[in-house]
Design a protein. Structure first.
Lengths: 480, 769
């Protein structure tokens, strides 16, 4: 463990930038990329609409060298990442797209389709579109909608923006970024990615480059907070105005970013981002794809990690009920031990987990679901995209050949401070026929199992009604 | 105007170069403005101590009410809002102190050290509570024709109901912001995100206790407004001005999103009761409606908003006997304010509910009932006595019924519903008739100033604000077409109070109507100067030629004599000649809408210059178990007169519609009993996203419908299409009602969230048992 490097290097457009914290007065290690950009005279194109990842006006694109040696472009919320997360990457903003006297095709299409009105959300849409331009050739409408899932516009009603995307993304003109790809890759690969530490008067931010260093740090500073994607922890900086005194950023630990498929199931590194999870396991685990399709936005899914979602132990944590239904297991590791904990045992309370000091979540194992098993998930929210569950449910159902229920496990999210396993309901249902009438007769048990909350999203009465309906919905999804 | 004209800032928008107030590069000594607000909804400020807070390094100034040089009261209509609380605290989020500091963190640290002594009182949060306690903002206003109450006795059928519609947050992408820069003596220049620079200027002058001529407001563009910056921008501009005056340094104050949502007013929630009497066919004979609006803590624009609710209470329908009552009620919430439609959506919602209920009762199609009740005879007047002229309802009806294939699709929806148990469809056609002009006649005025420079380029100044609606684009088109020159020669200047004084808000959809006419007035003056010059100039070479002003053709950057086309001169050349002949190349324009009057006592008059008409058909599919729904298709046919810019107008219609869909479905604001807003961030407040728009979305403009006596025969466009979203709400309600084969009228109010839809369906099931 040698945390001597105290600077980060990244490409801002095509210019190599270095930020050294010892010399820094104005920037802190938890300065968000949005704050950094807006602090400069010529990068005001990136806007702050909400500073919580809910509007996309701050969308920028981060290009990095991927496993296949090519650049991958990801649209992300610059309000939700800290400066050190740029290390070794290329940051592209709306200012970088146009060449002198030549707009980028995505910009041109936005103009021609009348896709801007007040213009404040426009740079964010342009950047989401730019990332898609470099990600998928001939995208479907679904790809386009997904790319815009994290961008809000209050003026246009979106039709014109979708039209602009269809137009721009049907062309394949090589842009400046593709022309310079090799050069960019070389520069990025020349940036040293060893362990580093950034400090100022109040803060220490560790960016280890490997798992051993990360575990060492966590052992030395057992209470250090982990940044595993920052889409949650960044809110404490932007919204609660907290000064996070010490952080351990796992984004540089490559050993935590993997998905392995074995005969037993899927082994997923905790640092795997949710978008990769959706794309790579969507075929094999359709319920996982289903819930991830309505998890946050594409921007958020590209930074949020599986380990981060579990570790934050949010009462809603849209993924947790499903992981319980899959009977997923978490591997928790410290310098001195490694243990495996079932997903159902991991969450201990509101924002409390089974992690003991010194431990981090290294990987998650999802067993290969038996083909006779029915695993399903449903989520209700006010809005389809970028909205946390009002109520969600995940189900693990084993039916006998005569359609009676051999076993059923139902996990509800959004109903209480933690995910709720509805024990009475499940016990009642075992041995009964899998049909709507049985499920309706289980409602009275559901009422015993859950005691829904009233909050900004829904009232207890509405949540209860939705929770019951979701049982029927699960049947409707799997009638036979 | 043959070719397509894009939004004049679109290239700046897509490249990130458009400068909003927070993007202005500021001097290094600019301070960060911060507002310390109340966490109590109702109480008394007994005392405070800022001495510890002042010790925080970086803090330049902390101001309380004691530091206000002028009046500590402001308000758009009534001066009933304190700039900083002196005694009575009236809502959570009300400003107590102002801090100017070198950094935000210093300001926040200081805010935590201010000692405050507050006596808490029981707040009034809900309309019901306010009505029980009798907290009327002003006396109930009544508008009527005939005697509805007596007529009910003779009506074959009478129905009544009580309805609510919820608050709506504007959610402009750019939060409220102001940058105040002190100048010499009392001068102050304020870059403000305001829709109403003249009022912002007036209020700053009053609070600082200086003449208005010292205060200059400049606004180039807003990142959305929708009515939310008509009055709500004033406080932020005043606060930054107070801090700038106190510190003698530039101060920028931008509200953080959550603070903006907590502190600023919303669309008024309404509680409305109605009673409607009608014939066997469904013809409405009498209608009585009472609107109760939750005004929040102060007057703001509530009375004007209720005036628009009253004047739109009958929407597109001729109702012989009608009684409209409206009351604004005070609560301990931020003062509710202007929002696209300005009370009209809330008022129209109620009559449309009445129609739907009649249709359900008579087992008829609601669209038929609507058609039967349309204004359809020449000379028919509104309840306030204005003749409905140039009525386009029947034309639009016929075209839209055909375009949308309504009749066939309606029967398909019914057939689908008979076959499907868990998925239901709904379809609805709703109309809008919307009065254009500020309800208050004197506000209908505007100014412009056009400068032609000696190189032939033109700078246009006007009093309107660009908030995305394309006003500057249309103004540029109007100026260029007026002078017969290329648009590239015309630049529209940032709106400044020092150039165009005493303007009205850019609101009430009137921006282009008023400012466009003022610009035309200026171009007419310039053209007439050019004409009289050319008369002399050309008569020297051609003595018998009579050149009347109308005898000149201004086009293609050239002025040509109609009588003798060989006589022509380029615009650039004539400009130079005027200059060397010492003729002014600058002209002021002014416009006041003619023939408007309204008697507040009798509630009769002619408040509107003309009406905008439109209709929408929406079809939805609803999943009964989850309340999830999709808009399968929406067809809108809308009247914009001779559109100045069809692309921009279609964008306005689509955007207004989707904003309305948000109001009708996902946008919900709740407060707890202590007056704390629960949905104060986009985390829990959900405006429509990209996936929430109709799968098929067809918007067209009514053709061949020139509007007499307006700028280029166009019509205003901003607010009226918001109403089209009611078609989505009623399609959803139809889907809900189909659960019981329309046997009963469902209980479902605005907004129809998933939760509310599922509960409405639950209630139907309960009734069926």
């Amino acid at each position: 463990m040698n945390f001597e490097r105290s600077y980060i290097e990244f490409l801002l457009g095509n210019r190599l930038e270095r930020i050294t914290w010892e010399k820094q007065q104005t920037l802190s290690p938890t300065t968000t990329v949005l704050q950094y950009l807006r602090g400069m005279d010529h990068y005001k194109g990136t806007k702050e609409g909400c500073a919580e990842g809910d509007c996309g006006a701050c969308t920028v694109v981060i290009a990095s060298v991927s496993g296949n040696g090519r650049l991958t472009y990801k649209a992300i919320n610059s309000c939700l990442i800290f400066l050190p997360q740029l290390h070794g990457k290329q940051l592209i903003t709306v200012e970088h797209l146009a060449q002198p006297k030549a707009l980028h095709p995505v910009q041109k299409a936005m103009i021609e389709l009348d896709a801007s009105q007040c213009g404040f959300c426009t740079p964010g849409f342009v950047m989401s579109m730019f990332a898609l331009y470099h990600t998928i050739q001939n995208p479907t409408d679904e790809d386009i909608l997904e790319a815009f899932s994290g961008n809000l516009c209050r003026c246009t009603g979106y039709r014109s923006i979708i039209g602009a995307a269809r137009k721009a993304l049907s062309t394949h003109a090589t842009d400046r970024f593709q022309e310079l790809e090799q050069e960019t890759i070389q520069t990025l690969q020349s940036i040293e990615c060893n362990d580093s530490r950034f400090t100022n008067l109040h803060q220490t931010y560790y960016l280890p480059s490997n798992l051993a260093s990360a575990l060492n740090l966590k052992f030395t500073f057992p209470d250090i907070e982990i940044n595993a994607g920052s889409s949650d922890i960044a809110l404490r900086v932007t919204k609660k105005k907290e000064v996070l005194t010490s952080l351990l950023d796992l984004s540089g630990v490559k050993e935590l970013k993997y998905i392995t498929k074995t005969s037993q199931g899927f082994d997923i590194g905790s640092g795997t981002d949710l978008q990769s999870l959706k794309e790579e396991l969507g075929e094999e685990l359709p319920s996982l794809k289903k819930i991830l399709s309505v998890f946050g936005s594409k921007q958020i899914r590209q930074v949020a990690t599986l380990g981060g979602n579990l570790g934050s132990a949010s009462p809603i944590g849209d993924l947790i009920p499903l992981l319980m239904a899959y009977q997923a297991k978490l591997v928790l590791k410290s310098l001195i031990q490694e243990r495996t904990v079932a997903a159902t045992e991991f969450i201990k309370g509101y924002r409390q987990t089974a992690l003991i000091p010194g431990e981090i979540i290294t990987n998650i194992h999802i067993p290969n679901p038996d083909t006779t098993l029915i695993i399903d998930v449903e989520k209700i929210s006010k809005r389809t995209d970028l909205d946390i569950s009002t109520v969600s449910v995940a189900m693990r159902l084993q039916l006998k050949t005569d359609r009676t229920i051999e076993s059923i496990f139902l996990y509800y999210g959004g109903m209480a401070a933690t995910v709720t396993f509805t024990k009475n309901t499940c016990t009642f249902l075992e041995g009964k026929k899998w049909e709507p009438e049985t499920l309706k007769s289980a409602f009275e048990y559901l009422e015993k199992d859950v005691n829904p909350i009233s909050d900004a999203r829904a009232q207890a009465e509405g949540r209860m009604a939705l929770a019951k309906n979701l049982l029927l919905k699960l049947w409707q999804n799997n009638p036979k | 105007m043959q070719h397509k004209v894009y939004h004049e800032s679109s290239e700046l928008h897509v490249t990130g170069k458009a400068v909003y107030i927070d993007d202005i590069n500021v001097p290094a000594n600019t301070l960060h403005g911060y507002v310390v607000t109340s966490k109590t909804a109702r109480g008394r400020l007994l005392g405070f101590d800022i001495s510890e807070a002042l010790k925080i390094p970086g803090v330049s100034s902390i101001l309380s009410w004691k530091d206000i040089p002028g009046h500590n009261q402001m308000g758009a209509i009534a001066p009933d809002e304190s700039v900083l609380v002196e005694d009575g605290i009236q809502f959570v989020g009300q400003a107590l102190f102002l801090i100017a500091a070198t950094t935000e963190s210093a300001a926040i640290a200081a805010s935590k050290l201010i000692q405050i002594d507050i006596e808490e009182l029981e707040p009034v949060v809900t309309l019901a509570d306010s009505m029980t306690k009798g907290w009327k903002l002003q006396e109930t206003v009544v508008m009527k024709r005939g005697d509805a109450i007596t007529t009910f006795n003779h009506c074959p059928h009478v129905l009544q109901n009580q309805l609510e519609s919820g608050a709506q947050e504007h959610w402009y992408l750019e939060t409220q912001v102001a940058l105040a820069v002190p100048g010499e003596y009392d001068e102050i220049k304020v870059y403000s995100s305001t829709q109403h620079p003249a009022e912002t200027q007036t209020l700053i002058a009053e609070v600082l206790g200086i003449g208005r001529h010292n205060v200059t407001i400049e606004t180039r563009r807003l990142g959305g407004a929708f009515g939310g910056k008509e009055t709500q921008a004033n406080m932020v501009a005043i606060w930054s001005s107070l801090l700038a005056t106190a510190t003698r340094k530039p101060v920028k104050l931008r509200l953080f999103r959550d603070d903006d949502q907590k502190m600023t007013g919303k669309r008024h929630p309404f509680l409305s009761q109605f009673k409607v009497g009608f014939t066997n066919e469904g013809k409405i004979l009498a209608y009585h409606v009472s609107f109760h609006a939750n005004a929040g803590y102060s007057t703001d624009l509530s009375m004007a908003i209720l005036a628009r609710a009253r004047t739109h209470a009958e929407n597109a329908y001729y109702i012989p006997d009608i009684l409209i009552e409206s009351t604004a009620w005070k609560t301990n919430l931020p003062s509710n304010t202007a929002f696209r439609g300005f009370g009209a959506p809330q008022g129209i919602y109620v009559i449309e509910e009445a129609i739907e209920q009649i249709a359900q009762y008579l087992k008829k199609d609601a669209a038929e009932i609507r058609h039967l009740n349309f204004y359809n005879q020449p000379g028919q007047t509104t309840p306030y006595g204005e003749v409905v002229e140039n009525n386009q309802l029947e034309t639009i009806w016929k075209q839209l019924i055909q375009k949308s294939d309504y009749v066939r699709r309606k029967s398909e929806v019914d057939a689908f519903n008979k076959k499907n148990r868990y998925i239901k469809k709904g379809i609805s056609l709703t109309p809008v008739k919307f009065g254009i002009s500020f309800n208050t006649p004197f506000l209908n005025q505007a100014g412009a100033l056009i400068n032609i420079y000696t190189d032939g380029t033109v700078l246009v100044n006007h009093g309107g604000i660009e908030m995305g609606q394309g006003l500057y684009t249309k103004i540029r088109q109007i100026a260029a077409s007026g002078l017969g020159i290329n648009m590239e020669k015309v630049r529209v200047n940032a709106t400044t109070t020092s150039t165009i004084p005493n303007t009205s808000a850019t609101a009430a959809s009137s921006g282009t109507d008023l400012n466009g006419m003022a610009v035309k007035n200026a171009t007419d003056k310039l053209k007439s100067r050019i004409a009289s010059f050319l008369r002399n100039h050309w008569q020297e070479s051609c003595p018998n030629l009579a050149i009347e002003p109308d005898g000149l053709i201004f086009t293609n950057n050239t002025i040509t004599c109609a009588q003798n086309p060989e006589l022509s001169i380029s615009f650039n050349e004539v400009v130079k000649l005027l200059y060397t002949n010492r003729i002014s190349l600058s002209a002021k324009g002014f416009y006041s809408t003619p023939n408007l009057h309204f008697d507040k006592e009798t509630q009769q008059g002619r408040p509107f210059y003309y009406y905008v008409f439109g209709m929408a058909v929406s079809e939805v599919e609803l999943d009964l178990l989850t309340g999830r729904h999709i808009i399968l298709r929406t067809d809108i046919l809308h009247d914009t007169g001779n559109s100045i810019n069809p692309n921009i107008d279609i964008g306005q219609i689509e955007g207004a519609f989707i904003q309305g869909v948000g109001w009708c479905t996902t946008e919900e604001i709740k407060w707890d009993a202590k007056g704390n807003m629960l949905n104060h961030s986009p985390d829990t407040y959900k405006i429509p996203g990209v996936r929430d728009i109709p799968l098929k979305f067809h918007v067209s403009l009514l053709e061949n419908a020139p509007n007499p006596n307006t700028i280029l025969q166009s019509k205003a466009v901003g607010e009226p299409p918001f109403i089209h979203a009611l078609s989505v709400f009623f399609a959803l309600k139809y889907a809900v009602s189909s659960v019981n084969n329309h046997a009963a009228y469902p209980v479902l109010n605005i907004p129809a969230t998933n939760e509310k839809l599922v509960l409405a369906i639950e209630n139907i099931y309960k009734d069926m048992k």
